[in-house]
Write a protein that binds this ligand. Structure first.
Ligand SMILES: C[S@@+](CC[C@H](N)C(=O)[O-])C[C@H]1O[C@@H](n2cnc3c(N)ncnc32)[C@H](O)[C@@H]1O
Length: 277
């Protein structure tokens, strides 16, 4: 069974997940969404905003979202209902245990997608092997995208608590045997999972937060996350930070938020792996 998800699904975490759309979170996938009848599996779908957006782009197809968290699956179902999107199905499920899911069959999906999921798994190669099995044997694709925490950068660079945040985040993720910098090596993980190099397209997409509204949103959610989500619990329990350290980090996020010249960039590695028999 998989380890619990590092961030948990606190409101401050869901604030960033529910902002996500196909356009801002899987631009690498858009060229592959031209047929309206695609069958898509969204692994680790979280609250389902990307999943529902995918479904609205394939009105004659079906998008299936799975996530091990029952709470977040309930939120995803509610979101689909509110949007009036009916060609989407959400089930509690784990990528390593897909056999027990009704309607999830080997070789049955045109697209098997995961956004910001591999960084949270102890066995990302194994996850890609399972995702590859689920894609159609001829012409299916596996699409993944993950941030790279070590490559995140910002201005002004001299807010000391933000460097502490970056080091701390990376250390906490590594303490639970996950790779917070997996974004830069998704293509290498795909190679290890058995995709030939010629069938892997690797690229990078960047989220940038620089207007006052963008900074208020991004910095505000991290200021909350570091003192309220599961991340806080993991940081303290692993002995990597104290409550005071985390309060200082939250304060630094608030400082960046107020800066008229503030700027923050999140590079995301993204790969499309083509399945050919
Ligand atoms: C950062 S969230 C991403 C959510 C969504 N893909 C998005 O981008 O908005 C990572 C999600 O992966 C889920 N997850 C963790 N382990 C998983 C596993 N073994 N199989 C499927 N999903 C998993 C978590 O529960 C969490 O909702």
């Amino acid at each position: 069974m998989s380890k619990p998800y590092l961030h948990g699904h606190h409101a401050s975490v869901l604030k960033s997940h529910t902002w996500r759309t196909v356009e801002n979170s899987c631009p690498h996938l858009i060229p592959y969404l031209s047929s309206p009848s695609l069958q898509i599996l969204d692994v680790g779908c979280g609250p389902g905003t990307i999943t529902v957006d995918l479904a609205s782009r394939v009105p004659q197809g079906l998008v299936y979202g799975i996530d091990p968290s029952a709470d977040v699956i309930a939120k995803a179902r509610k979101h689909a209902e509110e949007k009036g999107v009916t060609n989407v199905r959400f089930e509690v499920g784990d990528v390593f245990d897909w056999e027990r899911l009704d309607g999830v069959e080997q070789g049955s999906f045109d697209v098997v997608h995961a956004h910001q999921v591999l960084q949270h798994l102890q066995d990302p190669r194994g996850a890609l092997v399972e995702m590859k099995k689920l894609a159609k044997a001829e012409g299916g694709i596996v699409a993944v995208r993950d941030a790279d925490y070590a490559a995140m950068t910002w201005y002004p660079g001299d807010i000391p608590g933000l460097q502490t945040w970056q080091r701390l985040y990376i250390a906490v993720a590594r303490s639970i045997k996950c790779d917070p910098n997996i974004g830069r090596r998704l293509h290498a993980v795909a190679l290890e999972a058995g995709f030939p190099r010629s069938d892997i397209d690797a690229s990078c997409g960047v989220w940038t937060f620089s207007t006052p509204d963008e900074l208020a949103w991004w910095c505000g959610l991290w200021a909350e996350r570091v003192v309220q989500s599961n991340f806080k619990k993991s940081a303290i329990e692993s002995g990597l930070a104290t409550e005071e350290d985390l309060q200082a980090v939250a304060q630094s996020w608030r400082e960046l938020e107020k800066r008229e010249d503030g700027w923050f960039a999140v590079p995301n590695g993204q790969v499309i792996c083509h399945v050919r028999s």
